[in-house]
Design a protein around this ligand. Sequence first.
Ligand code: NAD
Ligand code: MG
Length: 381
Amino acid sequence: MTKTISVLGSTGSIGVQTLEVAAMHRIRVCALTANRSTGLLEQQARQFRPAMVALLDEAAAGQLRAALADTDIRVYGGAEGIRAAAQFPETDTVVNAIVGVAGLLPTLAAIEAGKNLALANKETLVAGGSIVRKAMQQHGVKLYPVDSEHSAIFQCLQGCPENSLKKIILTASGGSFFGKTRQELEHVTVEQALCHPNWSMGKKITIDSATMMNKGLEVIEASWLFDVPEDRIDVLIHRESIIHSLIQLNDNAVLAQLGTADMRIPIQYALTYPQRLPSPAGELDLAALGSISFARPDNETFACLPICREALRRGGLYPTVANAANEAAVQLFLERKISFLQIADLVGEAVSAFSGSSGEMTLEAILEADKETRNKILISR
Ligand code: NAD
Ligand code: MG
């Protein structure tokens, strides 16, 4: 049977690499979506010949419709178009590579239509973990993690008996500013923050790596994916990004997954699980590397990680609020309206000021908390 996929966010860093994997393994691409840029999406549509493409921006969708008029590819605009891609009848797995909480509704749409998920969009689980998990159980769908750390944990868990997991150890590169003091971080620029040592990724996640918010989001993501509480998820700085994460079992045996820093390995595993097919990613040469290093995270200088841990412990809408505050703060930093250190300040203030319940979550409550937190931060600048 041929695998069929919809790629949401196909023009981004993960989206483009997903299409490389799809091309290599003859995975059929049924639908592609993006936010507003038409050039790359048109090129992808011509190469992969999906049945449909969708752009969130209606005007851009109109342009693309005209550009693809010589083909039989249907072009949709708006959130409805993205929803249609997530629910496309012939698709069996939806790759969600959208950035930010904008990925939550498409994730839910895919689940409701009975699609399995290859999930890169970690904000989906951070903002809406409980409702996503409930919907998955209701509709009997599977979720394969694309995030490299979570894929590593998922890979390590293969063959481990149930209830044998004692601890998760998430590795972190430390981002652009590892080892810097608060004082040194006061005047860092957007360009410096966007300079990641090992990975080439979208702008938002690169800033999240520099603030360590990315690891905070990943602790929350891991908690939902593997049903492990906050105090059993450790974070280990590992500058070289060779070990993608580790698990510790009840007998204190530790398993790790290693590889070059190439997202096509976790993307491919999410799409072809449980098979191990040839990959375009290079081989790992440990001898050439000589040694690799480990350190503890600096939670004083990089406050986003402990703030996310606190939000996860409080539960309910707290992670939603932390994520929304971060999305707004990163936007302001990229627009050069706030300084680098103010990102963590704004996330911390939003979590401290929030006093919502920790009880049962609904989609409405999540969207409301997200919007309110975001607006408060954006309107004040
Ligand atoms: P990116 O910015 O490169 O791409 C984002 C994609 O989403 C683009 O196709 C864009 O058009 C689309 N998009 C943006 N806003 C949208 C909206 N409001 N509605 C619909 N579509 C929208 O981002 P990326 O680096 O590929 O990251 C995507 C997701 O994967 C993020 O959640 C990120 O945290 C996660 N992730 C990325 C990497 C990586 O290596 N890039 C690694 C692990 C996890
Ligand atoms: Mg990651």
